[in-house]
Design a protein around this ligand. Sequence first.
Ligand SMILES: C[C@@]1(CC(=O)O)C2=NC(=C\c3[nH]c(c(CCC(=O)O)c3CC(=O)O)Cc3[nH]c(c(CC(=O)O)c3CCC(=O)O)/C=C3\N/C(=C\2)[C@@H](CCC(=O)O)[C@]3(C)CC(=O)O)/[C@H]1CCC(=O)O
Ligand SMILES: NC(=O)c1ccc[n+]([C@@H]2O[C@H](COP(=O)([O-])OP(=O)(O)OC[C@H]3O[C@@H](n4cnc5c(N)ncnc54)[C@H](O)[C@@H]3O)[C@@H](O)[C@H]2O)c1
Length: 215
Amino acid sequence: MLYPLNLELSAKVCAIIGGGRVAERKAQGLLAAGARVTVIAPEATAGLRQLAEQRLLCWRQEEYRPGSLQELCPLLVFCTADVPAVNRQAAAEARSLGALVNAAAQPEITDFQVPSRVQRGDLLLTVSTGGGSPAFSRLLRERLEQEYPESFTAFMDWLAKLRAEIKQVPGGSDTHQQLWRQVLNQQIIDLVRAGELRQAEDEIRHGITDAGIKP
Ligand SMILES: C[C@@]1(CC(=O)O)C2=NC(=C\c3[nH]c(c(CCC(=O)O)c3CC(=O)O)Cc3[nH]c(c(CC(=O)O)c3CCC(=O)O)/C=C3\N/C(=C\2)[C@@H](CCC(=O)O)[C@]3(C)CC(=O)O)/[C@H]1CCC(=O)O
Ligand SMILES: NC(=O)c1ccc[n+]([C@@H]2O[C@H](COP(=O)([O-])OP(=O)(O)OC[C@H]3O[C@@H](n4cnc5c(N)ncnc54)[C@H](O)[C@@H]3O)[C@@H](O)[C@H]2O)c1
């Protein structure tokens, strides 16, 4: 069974071996998370070249060779070359440097997989099939995008602010847990989904007042 975790990657060094379609997809996700990305590949897609020209990532236009990763000291290494032996070599070096390895087509050298995802502000929904069917992950992701539209971005922002207020309320975490379980119900999700943010927020505020709490 895979163990899910959401990594804080801002300013962390990540290396991508290979410059094809898979590399480009991985680079986009990593850049969105604020990582410092270096691509090592003799050739790169137009999209990757553009990102390099905009200095959003570093493209080392060369083949991977043992030692290439040494001075980078990356946290994560993505092996996406279309030569399995190259990916194996890079993965071995990465591990010796303490990095975690992703190799989409070679599960035997993979430490972690990248899930399909929907981002709505701080709300992050991810889907994995453990490599069984990435196409099914995509299908589910498309459904989740419809079920959790953009309105959730603003709602999550509001909810996090309210939680910060509630945290100041005396009673400790048991009281807070009980309160949240009472005021957050399935109907709230439906209201946010329908874009009725104001009503969702009012429902929550009323629930808090009914519980006798003044945030
Ligand atoms: C989630 C997503 C994220 C991302 O890539 O960032 C991702 N694949 C996506 C899409 C996708 N990938 C492929 C297709 C074509 C249809 C098909 O083949 O099924 C489609 C669908 C499409 O594009 O329509 C081909 C494919 N993928 C892998 C192999 C290798 C193999 O199976 O051996 C092959 C065959 C290559 C070949 O035949 O040459 C392997 C992996 N792909 C994973 C992630 C990991 C498992 C995640 C999981 O199980 O859920 C894992 C194990 C490695 C990893 O960690 O990257 C992204 C969803 C984007 C979205 O949400 O739209
Ligand atoms: N396209 C997909 O959706 C997908 C998904 C998962 C896995 N895969 C597999 O992952 C691999 C990469 O897929 P792709 O579509 O990005 O392939 P691609 O052919 O578009 O890209 C391969 C890249 O590897 C680079 N490369 C070759 N030798 C290298 C070396 N010695 N050092 C550094 N880079 C080197 C090439 O220059 C090229 O940029 C393939 O084996 C593919 O079967 C593809």
